[in-house]
Design a protein around this ligand. Structure first.
Ligand code: UT7
Length: 333
């Protein structure tokens, strides 16, 4: 029997309608379009305004988009992995609700949390389930309603993040396409530098935590930036070296969209021309778990069977890594 590899066979996505531009942010705080654009590459981001909708809403829309486009029957899905840093609730897994809402009645589901690396770690997890031979359709969703944990008076964080969701379907491939290799890492040294202090078991919610604004994202941007530049590029290099890939062999870099300058550093280390790098940070900002699948969503029509893709991410924790994948289909009509 041929070896089973885990191929991406469909892509879906969703971003909310409301566009929060740099110009609007200028009216809310002491900042300006020139600063935000030159430091991050971001021009606008999408925000889910509805107060009664959480991350599950974004995830359900992205999953429905994928099911519609690929003509997939949700009853055939075996597993849904929900990559997110902003679950609807602490205890009841968001993926379970999403599965039921989209009609995936034969699937089991769980959430996977690794901050901005949730999706890339989810790719690794999804691949192992497929490679086991037991599971035939694994839906990996990356979704975050970052606006639910962002302080819109803190100009150092609120300019960066946005809301969105993307989804990919993994299926077995017998021709060697799909996930080839990965290099994944984490280091708890990062915990003080990018976190939400309160709301977990360490510091449960109280009047004091609310007054101290401890339910919002805190980021020591400079330290995170330094680690991100070095670790994301390092992971790409590691996975390329292990697979004898040069910059010429790589068709696309699919990088986490946290800062255009971090992406540039990685592509430079990989010797990649700009036109080989997926970029949509200008439109969506940093959507945390959704950045990688939203890149695929935007670039799907340019992808060809056999293309070598390197996915790369860096996030809170710290967590980071790179995945090498061979694309499995030509653009669909
Ligand atoms: O996805 C998870 C991983 N996260 C990341 O990868 C994010 C990594 N970090 C970054 O992308 C960058 O550090 C930021 C974009 C967050 C910040 O850029 P920076 O170049 O590191 O700026 P900085 O924090 O060093 O601030 C430089 C100056 C400061 O003023 P002084 O002290 O030099 O007078 C800030 O107060 O810019 C000021 N500043 C701003 N000015 C206008 C900070 N935020 C703003 C702002 N508008 N929004």
């Amino acid at each position: 029997m041929n070896t089973i590899t885990a191929a991406i066979t469909a892509v879906g996505g969703y971003v909310p309608d409301y566009v929060l531009t740099n110009q609007i942010l200028e009216t809310m705080m002491e900042t300006n379009d020139e600063w935000i654009t030159s430091r991050t590459g971001i021009k606008e981001r999408r925000i889910l305004k509805d107060k009664d909708k959480g991350t599950s809403f974004l995830a359900i829309e992205a999953a429905k988009d994928l099911l519609r486009k690929s003509n997939t029957d949700p009853k055939d899905i075996d597993l849904i992995i929900m990559a997110t840093a902003t679950p609807d609730m602490l205890v009841s897994a968001t993926g379970v609700f999403v599965a039921t809402e989209i009609g995936a009645v034969n699937a089991f589901s769980f959430d996977l949390a690794a901050a901005c690396s949730s999706f890339i770690f989810g790719m690794s997890t999804a691949a192992r389930y497929i490679e086991s031979g037991k599971y035939k359709k694994v839906l990996l969703i990356g979704a975050d309603k970052m606006s639910s944990i962002i302080d819109y008076t803190d100009r150092t964080t609120c300019i960066i993040f946005g809301d969105g969701a993307g989804a990919v379907l993994f299926e077995p491939n017998y021709d060697g396409l799909g996930v080839q290799d990965e290099y994944l890492r984490s280091d708890g040294v990062g915990r003080p530098h990018l976190k939400v202090d309160a709301g977990g078991s360490l510091l449960p919610p109280s009047a004091e935590t609310i007054a101290n604004k401890q339910h919002y994202v805190f980021q020591d941007g400079k330290t995170v930036f330094k680690f991100a530049v070095s670790k994301m590029a390092d992971a790409c290099e590691k996975v390329m070296t292990a697979n004898n890939l040069s910059g010429d062999d790589v068709r696309w870099l699919v990088p986490h969209q946290a800062n255009k300058r971090i992406i540039n550093a990685a592509s430079k280390r990989m010797n990649l021309a700009d036109e080989k790098v997926m970029i949509n940070i200008h439109k969506y900002g940093n959507t945390t778990s959704a950045t990688l699948p939203l890149c695929l969503w935007d670039y799907e029509n340019q992808l060809k069977k056999g293309d070598n893709l390197i996915f790369a991410a860096f996030g809170g924790g710290f967590t980071w890594g790179a995945v090498y994948l061979k694309w499995a289909y030509d653009p669909k009509q």
